[in-house]
Design a protein around this ligand. Structure first.
Ligand code: FAD
Ligand code: DLZ
Ligand code: SF4
Length: 522
């Protein structure tokens, strides 16, 4: 039996289910660069270059193992431009007895794959993606109440404990290592000035990457983001080296400084592994196992390793479960009825709010920003300013090299914007300027004054925070975790709320906040 094995760009894993039992002498592995994927949203240039280069290297590695790989390049003459057309051509070319693929990670592509299965006159299997630790069925069964109903809300923490028990990571005799599940309270330190941030290895582009960069420069010139300098790892070997580096040099500081931000330091002690894990070059289990080993060997403290493992077997698996549980409605969730357009400065980076300017400039340069920048600077701003969740989702999906809808959407809709009405977050992650000031050194170089609450020079986060609470009073009044703060809103001195509204309106009307004219049209 001849099998055509169709691999997608985020399936670059040797242990993938669709490669199981592949026969070197008979089967064909098919991969395709198609313009429809690169332009379904106009992905960051560096993200496309990263993924195409990783795909081409992965194909080379498979060839090196003796497999036949049919690789369709974006600039190949007969490239039909989308997955369906490319696969139909490949089936024509190779006349397989069967087509096999691993389930796509997002609904849009899964639905397309189900159509190909109907339309192509060949046996067609869509297999489970075992790279995730929790299957769809396991997540649904965990999430469903005893009476078989869909819950009103889900909390990551309980899912995470279940995953710890199931994997045995950082467990001793059935108990969590160190006697507690969660060391988050230790992981909120602000960064001392004296801290030295570890220096990252850089991966020089080879010929394959340079070819891809030329292609991206040529074909996707109008897309957001800087293509150069390009130093991402793009092979399995370099991805492993990067994981080694992280575990050896940065993991020990990961916990303490997890929530810190520093001007000119885009990575701090973060792993920068998300794009490698999400495209398949690294396996989530191996990352956790390497982390746990570092702890057992005494090379990294428990709060760091627990924090790292929590992000991977907790948050990452949880958001994936939520995505599949809540789609397709999740995409249009807008519980707070946020309608303002995304300001132009999200694309240009031109804003005098230094925290946002820094986070967006780093995003543009690196196709990366760390979690606290995404959640507490960019996400928080979008929440406070009431930006339309669909526009925020599109931005996040475009700009990060690790962004795929299954992981981007729950983080934006559920975590950052509270647009699911509290399905995943027990309260909105709303914060005023003082939080950003506490966790970063951004405010000292800002044109606004973080200590001022009102007037033209006041930090906009300060009045937008109260404006947000007041605009959403009805939705938030009954949230018990918001009780205290909603109480203070109610007790404000007469006139103070008017002042907040006036400041906010002036801000929303300012040049800075003017909406973006659909850059996708460009
Ligand atoms: P580290 O801080 O080193 O964390 C280790 C690993 O844990 C990450 O590599 C990642 O695989 C995983 N992880 C951590 N937090 C999360 C999380 N909240 N959800 C899922 N996985 C997590 N992550 C993406 O992979 N793709 C996205 O498109 C994405 N969009 C986001 C949008 C918003 C608004 C927010 C608040 C978060 C988003 N995240 C997304 C989650 C998180 O910010 C990134 O995974 C993280 O910043 C990646 O950097 P890192 O590898 O250095 O992570
Ligand atoms: C993100 C992306 C891009 C930009 N281009 C391609 C591509 O040309 N070929 C491909 O196989 N995958 C690409 N991807 C990743 C896919 O969008 C991703 O695999 C699916 O969305 C998964 O559902
Ligand atoms: Fe951001 Fe406000 Fe600080 Fe400026 S003062 S950096 S706008 S938090």
């Amino acid at each position: 039996e001849k099998v055509l094995r169709f691999l997608l760009g985020d399936q670059l894993s040797r242990g993938l289910s669709s490669l199981d039992g592949a026969a070197r002498d008979r089967d064909v592995i098919f991969m395709a660069e198609v313009s429809a994927e690169a332009t379904s949203v106009k992905h960051h240039k560096k993200k496309i270059a990263f993924l195409f280069s990783a795909m081409r290297h992965f194909a080379e590695d498979l060839r090196g193992e003796g497999f036949t790989v049919d690789y369709l390049r974006l600039d190949d003459e007969d490239n039909p431009g989308d997955f369906g057309g490319a696969l139909a051509q490949a089936v024509d070319r190779h006349k397989p007895d069967r087509v096999v693929m691993t389930e796509p990670s997002e609904l849009r592509v899964l639905e397309a794959a189900e159509n190909w299965r109907e339309e192509l006159a060949v046996e067609f299997d869509i297999l489970t993606d075992h790279r995730f630790l929790a299957s769809h069925e396991e997540f649904v069964s965990w999430a469903t109440t005893d009476s078989g109903e869909q819950p009103k809300s889900l909390r990551m923490e309980y899912f995470y404990r279940e995953m710890r028990r199931r994997t045995g990571y950082l467990m001793t005799d059935g108990e969590p290592e160190g006697g507690q599940w969660n060391f988050d309270a230790d992981n909120r330190k602000s960064l001392p000035d004296s801290i030295t941030v570890p220096v990252r290895p850089k991966f020089e582009p080879d010929q394959i990457t340079r070819d891809v960069m030329d292609l991206v420069a040529d074909r996707f010139e109008t897309h957001f983001g800087d293509l150069e300098p390009f130093d991402y790892p793009v092979t399995r070997k370099d991805a492993e080296a990067y994981l080694d580096w992280f575990v050896g040099e940065a993991l020990a500081g990961f916990g303490d400084w997890q929530d810190a931000m520093k001007q000119g330091e885009p990575l701090l002690f973060h792993s920068h592994l998300s794009s490698l894990i999400n495209c398949g070059l690294l396996d989530p289990r191996e990352c956790c196992e390497r982390g746990e080993k570092a702890y057992r060997d005494g090379a990294a403290p428990l709060n760091a390793v627990e924090g790292f493992i929590r992000q991977i077997i907790g948050w990452r698996e949880f958001v994936r479960g939520v995505y599949w549980l809540k789609m397709p409605d999740y995409a249009s969730a807008n519980a707070l009825d946020a309608r303002r357009p995304l300001p132009e400065f999200f694309w240009s980076g031109e804003t005098v709010m230094n925290c946002l300017g820094q986070a967006i400039a780093e995003t543009k340069a690196n196709a990366y920003a760390h979690h606290i920048q995404r959640l507490m600077v960019i996400g928080n701003f979008c929440l406070l300013a009431g930006i339309d969740p669909r526009q925020v989702q599109e931005w996040f999906l475009v700009v990060y090299a690790d962004a795929y809808e299954w992981v981007e959407m729950p983080n934006v809709v559920g975590m950052a914007l509270f647009a699911d009405g509290g399905f995943v977050a027990s309260k909105p992650y709303a914060a005023s300027g003082s939080y950003i000031n506490k966790m970063s050194d951004y405010c000292s170089s800002c044109r606004y004054d973080v200590k001022q609450k009102a007037g033209e020079n006041a930090c906009p986060f300060n009045y937008l925070y109260w404006n947000f609470l007041s605009e959403n009073e009805e939705s938030l009044r009954n949230n018990h975790r918001m009780g205290l703060i909603m109480g203070s809103l109610g007790k404000m001195k007469p006139g103070r709320l008017d002042e907040i509204r006036t400041d906010s309106l002036r801000f929303f009307d300012s040049d800075e906040m003017q909406g973006w004219q659909d850059q996708a049209a460009g």
